[in-house]
Design a binder for this molecule. Sequence first.
Ligand code: NAP
Length: 246
Amino acid sequence: MLRGKIAVVTGGSRGIGKAVAERLASEGAFVIINYNGSCECAKKVKQGILDKGGKAEILQCDVSEFAACESFIKEIIGTYGRIDILVNNAGITRDELVMRMSEKDFDDVISTNLKGTFHCIRFASRHMMKQRQGRIINMSSVVGVTGNAGQANYAASKAGVIGLTKSVARELASRNITVNAIAPGFIETEMTEVLPEKIKEEIKGNIPFGTLGKPEDVAAAVMFLASEEAGYITGQVLHVDGGMVI
Ligand code: NAP
């Protein structure tokens, strides 16, 4: 379904990004697995894809750095000639109540989650415009829609991703580029693993499905938005949350 397509997945070394990279590769895309610090994890994701007959490469870049993203996209274009699918998945949390939150923790989360998404779009979109074809999929979160106590920085970054998505969708629509966001609920990854069992049980109580989601659930939504079938969908926020935000 994605044979011949070049896909870039930021934060593809672990969690949701890993599942997204694996899914896109299983559908035939050549996947560039981006990572920041987890080189060994990224290598394992690549090897897993190769073992199944897929195509992948790894490429380090700290998406919070404007200049690094410019070089990152330049290198991909130099090597592969195009970018068909860009999945802006890299993200971090630095949870704290707002009255105790440091400026650094606020800035770090905005720099990675929101500015990182902007940086990659900033440099990839010009190539997609020349191609007159492209898919951009940004990872937001349900808390970007609802807010969450203890996550003012994270929720602000994810709400920002939604505004960014809708604006860029309007800018790029005439060039046949779709731009959508996914808002996962609580998904079982290292990001949510750190939560105390009691909190996890409380969260489950607020999910109509009664269970946490899996990275593969999010990867399936990414796959749909990246597919030919989703060609008339843009500027949308697709919730993958077991009914958490109805
Ligand atoms: P995770 O398991 O903690 O993985 C985070 C990924 O982001 C890693 O691959 C990490 O790479 C990468 N990353 C972090 N900072 C980076 C940077 N500056 N540059 C490049 N890569 C960077 O997180 P996850 O749960 O899979 O979350 C993935 C995305 O989904 C995030 O945007 C998150 O906010 C969003 N999300 C998650 C949930 C959930 O319940 N898990 C819910 C809603 C939204 P390195 O290890 O190499 O640094």
